[in-house]
Design a protein around this ligand. Sequence first.
Ligand code: FE
Length: 134
Amino acid sequence: MSKIVKSEEQWRKELTPEQFHVLREKGTERPFTGAYDDFKGQGVFKCAGCGEPLFESSTKYNSKSGWPSFFAPIHRTHVAEHTDQSHGMVRTEVTCAKCGGHLGHLFPDGPLPTGTRYCINSASLAFEEAKKKD
Ligand code: FE
């Protein structure tokens, strides 16, 4: 996978202020406010920064956390995991493997088959609806 590297100035031009804050400054949107928390569209959630496909709607579930939650990424190479020791906690941060944008965190309390919860900011995602089959 070819990585995307852009300057902070370039990202600021391309992203909304909220997307920039979450993706490039590792911000967190307030729970129950994001566009994709209570959202049941069928399709693919892509990175709002670079368009990389990250999650499929078939892996989305309601974790009641207030953030879009998935039990698996679309492919394990499309996301990267990093140890995050900020805010006095040890968590696993999830980023887009292509552009390095911050997506959210993962937790070991998800449903089967993986048992993993990918807790993702709506601001990091861009939804593309699946084409209807006739
Ligand atoms: Fe990306």
